[in-house]
Write a protein of this length. Structure first.
Length: 111
């Protein structure tokens, strides 16, 4: 069955609603991040991108257009607090009771 894409709403016709499903999944991803990390004030983005590539017929005129829809999200990077470490052999040593100074003496083991 032939369909026409003339508006944003028409994208839902592609692959029997796949674009809508992709959009809803990515929107859910952003909403989950907003709820779980509401204290992070950096923006979240949801991008719908259309890629349109012309195809040329034998006469050199536009013969068709190949279209692809991609939907992507970007949320702030998850980070731990910074840990100051000291080199030990081929690794790094840190004190989880004193993450600001790997060489800080703590009360661990005292008593």
């Amino acid at each position: 069955m032939k369909n026409t894409i003339e508006s944003l709403a028409d994208l839902e016709k592609l692959e029997r609603g796949l674009v809508r499903g992709m959009f809803m999944r990515e929107l859910g991803h952003v909403m989950d991040d907003l709820r779980s990390r509401a204290g992070i004030k950096k923006p979240r983005t949801l991008k719908v991108e259309l890629t349109l590539v012309p195809t040329i017929d034998e006469s050199g005129a536009l013969g068709g257009v190949v279209i692809e829809v991609s939907i992507s999200t970007k949320v702030p990077t998850s980070r731990t607090r910074p840990y100051h470490t000291a080199p030990v052999g081929n690794g790094l040593c840190f004190d989880d009771l004193s993450p600001d100074d790997a060489n800080q003496r703590t009360f661990e083991g005292v008593g």
